[in-house]
Every structure is written in C-alpha cells, then in structure tokens.
Ligand binder design. Sequence first.
Ligand code: CP
Length: 315
Amino acid sequence: MPLDRKDLLDLDDFSSDEIMLLLETTSAMAEILSRPIRRVPTLRGKTIVNMFYEASTRTRSSFELAAKNLSADLVNVSASQSSVDKGESLIDTMRTLQALGADMIVMRHWEAGAPYLAASWLDAAIINAGDGWHAHPSQALLDLFTVQERIGTIAGLKIVIAGDILHSRVARSNLWGFGKLGAQVVLCGPPTLLPRGLAEIAETESRITISYDLDEAIVDADVVMMLRLQRERMASGLLPSTREYCARFGLSRERMRRARPHALIMHPGPMNQGVEITPELAYSEQAVIEEQVTNGVAVRMAIFYLLASTPERLA
Ligand code: CP
C-alpha cells in the first residue's frame, strides 16, 4: 500500500493504518541496517536537502544518514550560514532549493507552521523536522517504533509524558501518534507548563489525562517519557526554581518504582541530566533513550521511501 501524501507535516491527520504502514516500513529499513552493507540503491538519482533554521544533533544527522543509506544525494543547509542571514525570505529560500533540484526538503524552523507554508508553495515533498512548539512527527514515529519493538504493542498501554509540555512539539506529535494507536496518554507537568485549554480537551478525549502530580501519574505506567525544560522558548516566571521543579517533576529511582516493573524510560533528547532525569536512570537498563536515536535512522529511511513512492511521484 503506498502512502498517498505529498508531505509529512504532522500525525494529526494520519489514520492508524498510515501510521502502521510507516512502522512496518521502518521494520524493513531496520533489517537493511542490520546487514554488513547498509546501503541500498532505492533513492539513487533523488536529491534531498536538510534545511535547518534551528540547531539539531539527532534529527539532522539521522535524516542525513537515512538519505545516504538509500543512495540519495544529500545537501545540508544551515540558516545561519545561508542567504537567510542576508534576509532571504522563507519562500524564496525554499524555491531556490527546489530550483536546484531538491525532490524532498527536510525542514526545521522555529516558527510553528513554517513547513506548512513551504508545502503549500512547493512541488517538492516537505518533511517537518520540528516547527516551533507545534509538531515533530518523525520523532513521534521513532518513539512509537521503539515502544512497539520493545513491548510488542501500543494499544492499551499507559504512556506518561512529563515535563515541559507547553513548549514541546514532541509531546504534541506523540499525543496524536500514541492516541491513534490506542494508548492512554497522561500529560504531566506544573500548570504553567501545560497548554491552556488542555484540561477542556482532556474532558472530551477519553484517551488523554492531565496530571499535575508525577508521583500519582506514574503509577502503573508502561512508558515514562521525560521532557527537557526548553528554557530557550520560555518566558520568565513559569517556574519558581529549577530545584523545586526537579523535586516535584524530576524522574528518580524512587519515583520510577511506582511504574510497572519493566516500564520503559524515554527521552527525545537533548537531556538536562539532574533536572528532569537523574544520570543513573538515563543510563539504566530501563532506559531506551539511545535506542530511540538509533531507530531514528530507520524511521527516516521509511519516510523518504514512502514519500518517494507516492502514486504521484511514481507517475
Ligand atoms: N529530539 C530532537 O529533535 O533532537 P535534536 O534537536 O538533537 O534534533
């Protein structure tokens, strides 16, 4: 079954079948990555551009490796070292990359909605690699894949996402992804770091629960996903102090005992160790944080492959 979409912008309008297709294709890509020679010729002749307006380690590198593993030509552009620095507009930048031959553009931008604008202007596929506080669909897909691989299912699980939900595009995309595959998602953080209006949504959405108490939220969790305090996006006055935040919302060994015995500990990275998670737990047997990073390559190969195989692009 092809993925009949031009772009990957978020998971909000994806069906559960489409998400499962992405996860199944990721399994096939992971098999390729287990071979002694990891490169296949699938995207030979295709050009992919990584256009990053914000810093990244994991996402940018894994999209680059994914493109190379599929034999595509890959160009990396950082906004700070491009003509964006001279004032070139978003649309002119994107049209320039398309005019240079880009078939797909992976885009990270500080402004929510920027990839949607680009997608509406360009024929090239736009892949959202994170837009402001809004969405990070490839991260959510790698999180789903990691849980599916480890636990064998997603339906019926209790997933606790804790920390700075307000500024987290990862939380928003994961809410769609885990929710569509039948998990119960608990969003936990101080009231100042939970988006306004979330409590009203949770009242009508039975798969979403809001909690202001991590000790309570974590009970019987199958997965505990901790989020970083995104100080770079934060207005002042949202937190009394890091120390108090850490005491109430940091993940410690003692707190983790309330979850199921083999519950997974996840984090999209980068971590603030000693704030939202102790180093001891970050490198513990329950942590799958590096596995998430590893799975990111196969997930991004699956995204490239499926977007390059749409009926429109194969015609
Ligand atoms: N998880 C994530 O998006 O990490 P980077 O910012 O390093 O890409």
